[in-house]
Write a protein that binds this ligand. Structure first.
Ligand code: SF4
Length: 462
């Protein structure tokens, strides 16, 4: 028996985190190979919204062939109410992820222009065969969970010929939202915000949202979080009194440590907001991109979810995201939003832009005006280099700041040699490696990729 009599499948929090694999899917909407997909919430006046109205522009699920993939999808939600204001659009929109995932056999990943949804064959065969039904569930959940929404209507757009205008509007709105928080500084506020919405996927993950560190998903700014905590105090976004500043460069605050420890149930005890090493901010799985350390050049690569080729270190976005996600603090793998890349505090303890050596051309274009002008041409993209050796030459030739830090013996190219035939991978829930000097290195939940593994006998003691 469903929670809603007119909905043929169950709806509830227990379905959050449910995955639908390729062979189980009836249809896939959005996703990495779909050009047009978005979800957008707009605050409107009361007379502009007809409560409960659901419109479908284009084919409905029942009209799509079994196994359809990368189907165009726009989810355009208009909300109204006395307390509804523009600042709330971002956080209301982010709840679409959670509420879609409450539906049995319906999976929602990511946010904004990156959404990826799947409906299972099983739920389709149970009768869940229309976006109208999905819309009804969303309408009810939004109104019961966020009672300040008095009216809500939803338009689903699946016709690729009719989505362009709304898609353009969505991109403009995302840009305007991102720009709103720029110029604000961490030291000018007493309160940061936390978000624990993604704990259904990564139980130890908490996003810390400050004026200068946008949420990992890129959907919630400090202003958005402030508005959310005010109107929905029992929701996933909460206040963090920042407390005492322990380390300015790394971005460590007593209040942040306490809040994250509490919300992660003790799993994460310290967070350094502005570094990818030591106690870096955790990453759930919804991050817009990832910063990854490249030891061969002692610099960082950046990659975003939409990048489909191989990155400069030979890993795809998926491989890097896999090493980054899960609510862990992984040295050198760091979930980030595009807007955080624009922050003056971006990886400041690690050298910021002086340490960035590679990023996709598309991202370079999007963040160019926030990069130090003298570095723009010194940072490579996939158009300049294809591998680490080429990157090393490029950086030397351009005089990138990391080159000064190279010590000849540490960055000697790995002996000419044959290209590795396979990339060895170590996976272990716990691995104990004896090391010199009586130490042991304990790796928990480790997954290590290495281009080459060299095992040498330890030098004999004199
Ligand atoms: S990525 Fe962070 S801010 Fe975004 S929904 Fe998840 S926990 Fe919240």
């Amino acid at each position: 028996m469903s929670m809603f009599e007119d909905i043929p499948v169950e709806v509830g929090v227990i379905y959050e985190g449910e995955r639908i694999r390729g062979e189980e899917l009836q249809v896939e909407l959005g996703g990495p190979k779909c050009d047009y997909k978005f979800e957008l919430v707009r605050a409107k006046s009361m007379d502009e919204v007809e409560d409960g109205k659901i419109t479908i522009i284009g084919p409905d699920i029942k009209d799509m062939k079994e196994g359809t993939r990368y189907q165009t999808l726009g989810i355009y939600i208009e909300v109204a109410g006395k307390e509804v204001e523009e600042e709330l659009e971002g956080v209301i929109e982010r709840r679409t992820h959670e509420f879609c995932n409450f539906i049995q056999g319906f999976m929602h990943l990511n946010q904004r222009y990156d959404i990826w949804l799947r409906l299972s064959k099983k739920s389709f065969q149970s009768g869940l065969n229309s976006l109208e039904q999905i819309g009804k569930v969303l309408h009810r959940l939004f109104k019961s969970e966020l009672p300040f929404i008095e009216k809500l209507q939803i338009t689903f757009i699946t016709d690729p010929n009719k989505i362009a205008e709304r898609y353009k509007e969505a991109l403009e709105v995302y840009d305007a939202r991102d720009a709103r928080a720029r110029g604000m500084k961490d030291d000018k506020v007493e309160t940061f915000y936390g978000c624990a919405l993604c704990q259904s996927f990564a139980p130890s993950h908490v996003c810390v949202i400050t004026p200068q560190r946008f949420s990992n998903c890129g959907a919630i700014s400090w202003f958005d979080a402030k508005a959310a905590a005010r109107v929905d105090p029992k929701g996933p976004v909460f206040e963090i009194e920042k407390g005492e500043l322990l380390d300015e460069a790394k971005g460590e605050y007593t209040g942040v440590n306490e809040a994250v420890k509490k919300k992660s149930l003790g799993d994460v005890e310290r967070v350094w907001l502005y570094t990818a090493f030591g106690y870096p901010h955790t990453s759930c799985g919804c991050f817009e991109g990832s910063a990854f350390y490249i030891p061969e050049v002692d610099g960082f690569g950046l990659v975003h979810r939409g990048f489909k080729d191989m990155t400069v270190n030979g890993l795809t976005y998926v491989g890097i995201a896999d090493s980054t996600a899960g609510g862990r603090q992984v040295d050198g793998f760091h979930g980030i939003s595009i807007e955080y890349i624009r922050s003056p505090k971006f990886l400041q303890a690690d050298g910021g832009w002086n340490r960035v050596v590679w990023l996709p051309a598309e991202i370079k274009e999007r963040v160019k005006e926030f990069m130090p002008a003298e570095l723009v041409e010194k940072i490579a993209t996939e158009k300049d280099v294809a591998n680490i050796d080429e990157l090393r030459s490029f950086l030397k030739e351009k005089g990138h700041p990391v080159v000064e830090g190279w010590k000849a013996e540490e960055i000697k190219p790995i002996e000419a040699a044959e290209a590795p035939t396979a990339v060895p991978t170590l996976r272990a829930s716990t691995a104990v490696i004896p090391a010199a000097g009586g130490f042991r290195i304990i790796l928990k939940n480790a997954k290590i990729h290495a281009e080459k593994v060299i095992i040498k006998p330890a030098p004999k003691k004199e």
